[in-house]
Write a protein of this length. Structure first.
Length: 86
């Protein structure tokens, strides 16, 4: 248990940040899954809009929840899949 007032505050702040980061990570995964499902369905317009939404979530989490290069790689892979659609 914390012995100082400042360390008690740090525990609270860490818990809040952990909750926010977990929510961000979950939102990225959900958006990515939706984009992949739209791509698999074959509907290009829904795939493009879902990919755009996923890209937005990924970029907002870049540097905070995940490394910037991982975010760029995820976006690149999604964009390639959309571009390959007929």
């Amino acid at each position: 248990m914390a012995n100082h007032k400042s360390s008690e505050k740090r525990i609270l702040v860490t818990e809040k940040k952990n909750a926010v980061n977990t929510a961000r990570r979950s939102a990225v995964k959900t958006a990515t899954k939706k984009a992949l499902q739209a791509i698999a369905s074959g509907d290009k317009t829904s795939a493009v809009s879902a990919t755009r939404a996923a890209e937005s979530k990924i970029m907002k989490s870049a540097g905070k929840v995940m490394p910037k290069k991982r975010a760029a790689r995820k976006i690149s892979r999604l964009t390639k899949k959309v571009a390959k659609m007929a």
